[in-house]
Design a protein around this ligand. Structure first.
Ligand SMILES: [Zn+2]
Length: 199
């Protein structure tokens, strides 16, 4: 028997679940949360009994429309998240020609962080070459994918002269968060840049 798959709003965590080994218990007390799903396991034999996927924004909207209380609660977060994403998209670097020309044979660009949450604003990623700010945009928490996108736009602009996108100490915890792979991704990307530049 393999674990049963459930969508988030079909999952009732206050329900009792039982295992073929004879154990039974409350779902809510036997959950493990992962980045994409949660699972419910038997406390006695560790068999995985349920896998529950987290809801997409559309799934939350659809379930809220049918009166699902958890979905109605989550809808506020969904709306806030979507508003954040549209604010972030408006300001984000899209094309190489939005960047200034820079002098120098080997360009190291710093990826810095401006914490503005206490001022009720969005925190910012600041790209710097030496003392010069070359771009500012809304920072994503655990934004390693955005880091990579920006790195390739910088590569397009500065070519082989661009040898490193270097996170500052101030930016690193926001950039990596709990994503264990992020810091090795940063190293890998920068090694790739240097390799392409023949350094
Ligand atoms: Zn069991």
């Amino acid at each position: 028997m393999s674990a049963k798959l459930l969508s988030f709003y079909d999952y009732d965590r206050d329900r009792t679940i039982s295992c073929p080994c004879g154990w039974s218990g409350l779902c809510s007390e036997n959950e493990d949360y992962f980045s994409e799903v949660l699972d419910v396991r038997c406390a006695k034999c560790d068999r995985m009994l349920l896998i529950v996927s987290y809801p997409t924004h559309d799934a939350t909207r659809a379930a809220a429309a049918t009166g699902n209380e958890r979905a109605i609660e989550n809808l506020q977060h969904v709306n806030e998240r979507e508003a954040f994403i549209s604010r972030a998209k408006v300001r984000q670097l899209k094309r190489a020609n939005q960047l200034p020309n820079l002098d120098g044979a080997e360009l190291v660009i710093e990826w810095d962080f401006e914490d503005r949450e206490r001022k009720d604003g969005d925190s910012l990623t600041v790209l710097r070459h030496g003392d010069r700010v070359i771009w500012r945009e809304v920072a994503y928490y655990e934004g390693i994918d955005r880091f990579e996108e920006v790195l390739w736009i910088l590569r397009k602009k500065y070519g082989d002269r661009f040898i490193e996108l270097r996170p500052t100490d101030a930016s690193i915890s926001y950039l990596c968060g709990d994503d264990m792979r992020a810091s090795s991704t940063i190293d890998w990307l920068n090694a790739e840049l240097k390799r392409m530049a023949g350094k």
